[in-house]
Structure formats: C-alpha cells, structure tokens
Design a binder for this molecule. Sequence first.
Ligand SMILES: [Fe+2]
Ligand SMILES: [Fe+2]
Length: 383
Amino acid sequence: MISDLKNPEQIEKVISNINAAVTNMRLYSTKHPKINRYLEDAYGELYRLFLDKSLTTIMLIDDQMVVDNVPLKNRGSRGDQFARILKENAIEHITFKSGVSKQDFYFLVKQLANPEGETIKSSEYLKLGKVELRVDEKTVTQEDITLSDDEKEHLLALRSVRDDKLGEIRIMCSQISERKSIDIQAVDELIKAFIRGFSYGINPIHMLAKLKSVDEYTFTHVVNVCILTMSQAESLGFKGEQLYEIGIAAVLHDSGKLFIPDEILNKPGRLTDNERSIIETHTVKGAQYILGLKNISKLAVLGALEHHIKYDGTGYPNISKKWKPNIVSQMIAIADVFDAMRSRRVYKDAKPVSLIVKILTQEKGTSFNPLLVDNFLKLLNEK
Ligand SMILES: [Fe+2]
Ligand SMILES: [Fe+2]
C-alpha cells in the first residue's frame, strides 16, 4: 500500500485544533475569541502540509483513523474525540485539497460542531464521504433463507473480510483518481476470500456490500460487480489463476469513471446528451488506464472496454457490430446492470429483485447473452 504521510504530527495538530474549536463552539458560541485561535492554528498547519502534497484524506475504518493510507497509531484521546465528531456527523472520510480557503475550512468546522444543523456538503476542495443510504438486505433476498450453522459461520467470516477490505478498495479508487500507480495487492485478499466463499457454495447475493453512500457508489459497486462476476465464472468452471484474474478485471471494470467529473457522475436526474457522451468515455478511458498498469492481464483491459457493449452489438463504445465481447466482459455486463438496478441512489429507488429478473429475462439475446442470463438467474435462486 502506498503511503505518503511524511509528518503524522502535522495532521495530528490539525485534528487536535479542530477538536478544540468544536468543543469550544459547543460550550460557548462560535464567536468566542479562543475559537478563532484554534481555527487559525488548524488552518495554518494544513496550509504547511500542502507545501509538499496536493491533498490529504482522513478516514474512519471501523474505529481506526487512517490518514493517507497510514493508520494513526497511539492517537489517544484526541483521535478518539475526532472519530466521535465524525461519527456524530455520519462522516466516514474527509479529503482536504490544497487550495481550500480559510472560509470553507472554518465553515466546515462550524458545521461539525452542530450535527443537528444543515447537512454538510462536499465542495471543490473539501470532499466528504457520508454514510447516507443503506440498501435493505430484504431487497436482495427472495424469501427467508435458512442456512445451516456451518454456512452461517462461513458467511459471517466472509462478510467480515469483505468489510475489512472495503477501506482498501476505497483507497485504491482514490489512487486511481489521483493518477497514482495502484497496488492491486490491496484487493488480492478480498478476491481470494470470495473464491473461498464460492467453494462453500454460498449464494453470492449474501456477500454483496450493503453500505451505500452518495459519493461512494463507485467503490461499493465495484465490489459487488466483482462478487457477481466471479460467482458466474466459478459456476461455469473457471478456477484458480483464471478466476482470480476475472476478479481483478471486474474490480477494474469502471476505473475509467474516476476520470469523469463528479458533477456529471453523481448528477441527480436526467443527463444531457453531452453529459451522457462524457460518461460513456469511461470505457475507453478505463481501458487506456489499465493498459498502462504493470502486471495486469489484458482481460482487465477488455472488461473495461467492453462491459457496455450489448450482446447484439449495440451499446458503447461503438467499435464495430462484428466485435464480439469477451465472455468475461459479457458476465461483467450482467453483474453491472444487476447491481446498478438493485442499488438505491439519491435520484432513484432500488428495483425489487423480481423486477430485475424480469428485465434480464426480457433482454436475453438483445442486451445479454441468453446462456449467461440463465446461469445468473440459476445462481440467484440457489440457497
Ligand atoms: Fe461502466
Ligand atoms: Fe459498472
């Protein structure tokens, strides 16, 4: 994992001054003279931190505070207090970008002090990851499913590996967006755990990531597409190294989206033709990006390029009607549409599984490979 936290004490000073400002704002008023000093100190330290880097991210993974990929150890009460403030505001992570104005920074701290107030929004130089939406697990299970104790135990173990690794995948996504080289090993353990899960015969639907947050849709989506693609591949007989490479291809299928501006990607409501064509470039951009990575199989390049090409040759990118997407890209296409439809977003509700099944069935032979759809539906109906 790439670390670029050179001086942890700098960010610790920022955190402790934010804590002090928040405490005093809650005790007195936001106009108290002491508060201004804490804010000045916090902002000054942040400013110095940006002399040799362009952004810094503080995130909470379980109760662990992680700054720029490095867990802050021995953070003591000041770290605990900051973790509490973030939790009260339902914030999972904050990214400060170089260029953040004093005014924006002060405004953020004031809002942190008042979790009951207006919801805090991300801005150009301040990105917040908020826990906002949860997909009810009931929407993904057909009926009450009875599992044996043994199966329950395996499922719990897998879910905990999955939750553990979500943080690393999030870091991987932010590394892609910063054009850093990525460490694919970060997803290694997750993919291996999924492979173990399939060997226990667990329905992939039970392993899907449940947590959804508005600006983190992309990363929970890639985890789910990975699970749903690998389970299809496994059921078709792919094993070992090949299955592993299919997992990597699925994780990277939407990496091109990280080059698309957030305003377009997360725009609620209808997209203009121009915005739609910008989003569609994520396929080619992703393929180009993956081509530049070391030690990645060409399967991942194809997965990124082809996952929106339909079975009948329509879709995008418009390469040639005779172009036949790789079988793995065809599996990713089904997983992709399934996860997109079952996820609740700010601007649309999740579709019930019964409706998704109907849509997939209707589009057999036009959008999707009919044999792969049959196989996928069979998987969904398993225990
Ligand atoms: Fe996509
Ligand atoms: Fe996707």
